[in-house]
Write a protein that binds this ligand. Structure first.
Ligand code: ACM
Ligand code: ZN
Length: 726
């Protein structure tokens, strides 16, 4: 054996030994949410069973706080209450990270806000008792202490009420065909639907609720029930039309404040709810999005306005909310309502949940009311968390994990002496588009980790870069617990795209979470970790199909970014429009369809160009006569909540001189009634290659939206993002 070989052997043995030792100790401190005050010392404490002590010390300032010391061979966790101890032990668990070693550390930690909430809509789709428990586990893991349970809404009343059994027995929505969306193919039904395996039916018995409340309590979570009123109550007003306006259709969804019996009905229900949730300091009564037309047309409502001296329907709503609040307060409960309860004057003791933005919360806090911030463009988890078409259909909007992390409930517009009225924040998860537990988990994780840190940690302890690093480990923790999380934050997306003077195209990519390798190809094949590694930018100087994919720990993660047809014959052509695009959806103007920018399936993606009530007709000037043999067009269809429909057909003409045009394709498009948001690409070949400088394209607008469409009778839009000529 040579000297150098021996050295190598010794060195590698030492390295192996070092790695073995490290492997049984956590590599770094990785706690989510970040403790507010933490000092790390050198080395580790080996936990052996008898060197861990726990106790409760009620002199700690915040009962939810704790102190954790690991030093001199001992670990001690002191909680300000059972809850504080629970959180301290959670921190200990993450410090150990599956090992018997705790880094030497001193932690003084307490939550920033007393209300750390997470909501779930079980009305639009029903979720079983067992899943609710799993949901509570996920909340507790992230130190959420309030579960806002949205139990009643349009499509389903999910809570057993003894006095009004028809709420859960009669007013269920019935699937009338194999509909994929609750907007389509559903109608109110007289049938009893008790089968909780049917996500459109199902409800919780009182026994179920007691079990769930107890389960949550063991995990230091208070459940705040929400019983929606006076709107969002289609199921209830279908079962009991006698509490809606006499002029309204059954299932109209809005209670009648003109009828005295309405208040009896609702306070009866609330009394049963209060009994079921003895530890809930609040009852949430919704109060959002009440269309007031039904009240304007109702003689009883108009009578009520006169006798109570109310000047409009906003004041009528305010009258309604006041009366409900009075009842709740008399029973020892505080009332929460969404920010619309500000309309017409706020109830005297109400706590406001500000969802349309921060404004309602700012106004209420400055007026001395407690508020919970739930702004939809930060913490609505029914919004997309990624910009790739692989994302399951979501409501719209885009709240990626970084956006959630940036959520700051305390706004500068709130007076310093009113800041304490911001009791916290929460994220909401509406389930119109969410049918399965796996999908709920996907929408929740990892965004809940970001929410957790935003609501728990001191502002001085918040740091996106550190959180980003910690999240890497958090994904593994989710996997270990069998929780389904989204990998959206790993999927590459285009951050910048520009043409260079020589006609080439420079593209820059990123992922929401930094530090992972992205591989790409330009031939449309799926990248592997042997494909080109993305560095600073990609320069494309000829026709290409870009695909990009991220790797983590040697495996592909997230979805493939696919950008088809870069630098085709239409690229940078001059476009003239025979029909105008909408000023609200320009897609970027006259060059929008030839700029190689492809849109996401959100209707509000700026790359879409929209045509309202009109066909799309335009002519491309390719600059010179070329041989062309076909066109690719892309359109959006978004039935569920917009009027954007596929066109019914496409006609194409070509010309060499811009005067004489020749029809080269007449393409019919079959209507598709699927309510899933879809982007459809149509490759339209000409019968034979044509010499052409000009290509004229007309896509025919559907016109009037057909029967069965949620906006039937309205006018259709066309949305398109790119024209390709090959
Ligand atoms: C709400 O999202 N309508 C409260
Ligand atoms: Zn009425």
């Amino acid at each position: 054996m040579t000297h150098s070989k021996l050295f190598y052997l010794l060195a590698s043995t030492a390295i192996t030994a070092l790695f073995t030792a490290c492997a049984s100790k956590p590599a770094e401190i990785n706690v989510i949410p970040q403790p507010s005050h933490m000092t790390r010392g050198k080395g580790y404490v080996h936990l052996k069973g008898d060197n861990l002590t726990t106790r409760i010390d009620t002199t700690l300032t915040n009962p939810e706080g704790y102190r954790l010391t690991a030093d001199k061979g001992r670990v001690e966790v002191v909680g300000g209450s059972e809850a504080g101890l629970y959180y301290g032990l959670q921190t200990l668990d993450q410090l150990r990270d599956g090992t018997d070693y705790v880094p030497v550390v001193t932690i003084e930690d307490a939550p920033r806000f007393p209300w750390r909430g997470m909501h779930l809509d079980v009305s639009r789709h029903f979720f079983s008792k067992d899943f609710i428990k799993k949901y509570i586990d996920m909340l507790a893991y992230h130190r959420i202490n309030t579960f806002h349970w949205h139990l009643t809404d349009g499509i389903g009343w999910r809570l057993e009420i003894d006095k009004y059994p028809l709420l859960t027995q009669k007013a269920a929505w019935r699937k009338v065909k194999d509909a994929k969306s609750p907007w389509l193919g559903l109608e109110l039904s007289d049938e009893s639907r008790r089968d909780s395996s049917d996500t459109y039916g199902g409800y919780y018995t009182k026994e179920d609720v007691r079990e769930i409340v107890a389960y949550a309590k063991e995990r230091h979570i208070t459940i705040i029930p929400e019983i929606e009123m006076p709107g969002h109550s289609e199921a209830a007003t279908f079962a009991y039309p006698e509490y809606a306006c006499p002029t309204a259709k059954p299932g109209s969804g809005i209670y009648c404040p003109g009828r005295e019996e309405t208040f009896t009905f609702l306070t009866d229900i609330l009394d049963e709810v209060i009994e079921l949730f003895p530890d809930a300091p609040y009852i949430h009564i919704g109060g959002d999005e009440v269309g007031k037309e039904q009240w304007s047309q109702c003689p009883l409502c108009q009578q009520r306005k006169r006798t109570e001296g109310l000047k409009d329907e906003h004041e009528l709503q305010s009258y309604f909310v006041h009366r409900i609040e009075e009842h709740l307060n008399a029973k020892g409960k505080a009332m929460i309502g969404y920010d619309e309860i500000l309309e017409g004057g706020l109830a005297p003791n109400a706590t406001v949940m500000s969802w349309t933005g921060f404004q309602g919360g700012i106004k209420s806090a400055n007026a001395g009311h407690d508020v919970i911030m739930v702004p939809l463009d930060y913490v609505y988890f029914d919004h997309y968390q990624g910009q790739n078409p692989c994302e399951p259909q979501a409501w719209g909007g885009y709240n990626g994990v970084k956006r959630v992390y940036e959520f700051e409930p305390v706004r500068p517009e709130i007076a310093p002496d009113k800041v304490h009225h911001v009791i916290g924040g929460q994220a909401n998860l509406w389930t119109e588009s969410i049918r399965t537990p796996e999908h709920v988990e996907y929408m929740l994780l990892p965004r809940l980790a970001a929410l957790s840190e935003a609501l728990w940690s001191d502002t001085t302890a918040r740091d996106w870069k550190r959180f980003e690093r910690k999240l890497d480990r958090q994904y593994d923790r989710y996997a270990e617990q069998g929780w389904n999380y989204a990998e959206s934050a790993f999927t590459p997306y285009i951050t910048e795209q520009r043409f260079n003077d020589d006609g080439s195209l420079t593209i820059r990519l990123a992922t929401e979470l930094d530090g992972y390798p992205i591989y790409y190809t330009l031939d449309g094949t799926t990248p592997t970790d042997e494909s080109t590694l993305y560095a600073d930018s990609i320069v494309i100087d000829g026709p290409a199909r870009l695909t990009a994919l991220t790797y983590r720990n040697g495996s592909a993660v997230g979805c493939v970014l696919e950008v088809p047809y870069l630098l085709n014959k239409a690229t940078r052509a001059a476009v003239t429009y025979a029909t105008p695009y909408s000023p609200a959806y320009t897609g970027g103007g006259d060059s929008a369809l030839v700029d190689n920018r492809y849109a996401f399936k959100r209707g509000d993606d700026k790359a879409w160009q929209g045509f309202e009530k009109t066909d799309m007709e335009l002519t491309l000037d390719l600059g010179s006569v070329q041989s062309v043999s076909g066109v690719v067009l892309r359109f959006l269809q978004h039935i569920a909540s917009t009027s954007v429909m596929l066109p019914t057909g496409v006609t194409i003409w070509t010309s060499t001189d811009g005067n004489q045009y020749k029809a080269v394709a007449d393409w019919g498009i079959e209507p598709d009634t699927d309510s899933e948001v879809m982007i459809r690409s149509f490759d339209i070949p000409f019968g034979e290659a044509q010499d052409a400088r000009f290509v004229r394209i007309r896509a025919t607008n559907m016109g009037t939206l057909p029967e069965g469409h949620p906006r039937a009778g309205g006018s259709a839009w066309i949305f398109t993002d790119e024209v390709v000529v090959y």
